[in-house]
Design a protein around this ligand. Structure first.
Ligand SMILES: NC(=O)c1ccc[n+]([C@@H]2O[C@H](COP(=O)([O-])OP(=O)(O)OC[C@H]3O[C@@H](n4cnc5c(N)ncnc54)[C@H](O)[C@@H]3O)[C@@H](O)[C@H]2O)c1
Length: 310
């Protein structure tokens, strides 16, 4: 069994690679940059390349049973600034990748979609997979478009696939200097002795999932053997909602230093509440998250402290 992880040097990718290796699966990572926070793992084959480059993708896909697609060039917050770039660099390049996977008879394609953006402003929470999808950012639209192309490639070319609509992952190797990932960014601020900045009043509710649980969810997606008309799109979250104010309270419990908070005006891309219903994944993937918020935050804080930001 050989797995290709495209974007395998990022936050979710490095966690996924660790778990694939633990399961004795041969791993090839394809990424345009090395990992910022992790040394290369023994036994993993690393290929440096851009998934926009068809020749490089062709070489990477060859011989792979599972392909996990995690590379993405845009973020929810900034994707509306240049939707043309979002479509060109994500949708078109992913369609080329799908064609490559069909030609190479890949057994399973796992796409990491976004439980936080594809539904838009929820009509009901927790959000089930069949909830209407009305994203309010280009990133959500391109994720959804790729989901639709996967269904098309399944229909026309028998490409087998699963979609993981991931909630908000947090934990080790979440970049504390990034523009997304509240828990990682907040812990980075705390470690540097800076105040946390919260958009709005802190009452927006999100579904936070510990990174190891999320990575296990992706492997469960790859392992899953669906019947002809079985669901192929799964929410992968904790199934529990926490407001940002509750997150700050949890951080205060875990960290051993003072936590200061600044509030600034809210943003148009932030939906008020997003909590995923994960019953379908529980039932069909036989997967469920195991790590509670406080334990996960402890792991994340220990890792942030090891970066010597403090
Ligand atoms: N982190 C989150 O909060 C979150 C939530 C839901 C979904 N996702 C999705 O999960 C996936 C992984 O996210 P992450 O947080 O690990 O991001 P990340 O930025 O840490 O990792 C992405 C990796 O992809 C690589 N990459 C980007 N564009 C590439 C290209 N053109 N060619 C080759 N490599 C490229 C980057 O170098 C990076 O190592 C993305 O598709 C993202 O949209 C992330």
């Amino acid at each position: 069994m050989k797995a290709l992880v495209i974007g395998g040097n990022g936050f979710i990718g490095t966690a996924l690679v660790d778990q694939l290796i633990e399961r004795g699966i041969k791993v090839r990572v394809f990424d345009r940059y090395p990992s910022r926070f992790k040394d290369p793992v023994d036994g993993v084959e690393y290929i440096t390349g851009d998934f926009a480059n068809q020749g490089e993708v062709h070489q990477a896909v060859a011989g792979s049973n599972w392909v996990f697609h995690l590379a993405y060039t845009t973020l929810p917050e900034t994707s509306n600034e240049d939707p043309v770039y979002d479509v060109r660099s994500n949708v078109i390049d992913t369609i080329q990748l799908l064609q490559e996977c069909c030609e190479n008879d890949v057994d399973k394609f796992v796409f990491v979609s976004s439980g936080g953006t594809v539904y838009g402003v929820p009509q009901s929470v927790p959000i089930k997979e069949e909830h209407p999808t009305d994203p309010i950012c280009s990133y959500g639209i391109t994720k959804l478009t790729i989901e639709k192309y996967l269904a098309l490639f399944h229909h026309t070319k028998r490409l087998e696939y699963s979609v993981a609509r991931i909630a908000n992952p947090y934990g080790e190797r979440q970049n504390p200097n990034a523009r997304q990932g509240a828990i990682g960014v907040f812990l980075g601020c705390i470690a540097r002795g800076q105040p946390i900045t919260i958009y709005g009043d802190g009452q927006v509710v999100r579904d936070f999932i510990y990174i190891r649980d999320a990575a296990e969810g992706l492997i469960a997606c790859a392992d899953y053997v669906p019947g002809p008309d079985a669901p192929r799109v799964f929410n992968v979250g904790s199934g529990q909602g926490y407001s940002l104010n509750q997150i700050v309270d949890t951080l205060k419990k875990v960290v051993d230093v003072e936590v200061k908070v600044n509030h600034i005006p809210g943003r148009a891309v932030d939906v008020p509440s997003n909590v995923l219903d994960i019953e379908l994944a529980r039932k069909l993937l036989k997967w469920e998250p195991k790590v509670d918020l406080e334990t996960g935050v402890k792991h994340a804080w220990n890792w942030i402290k090891s970066l010597s930001l403090v």
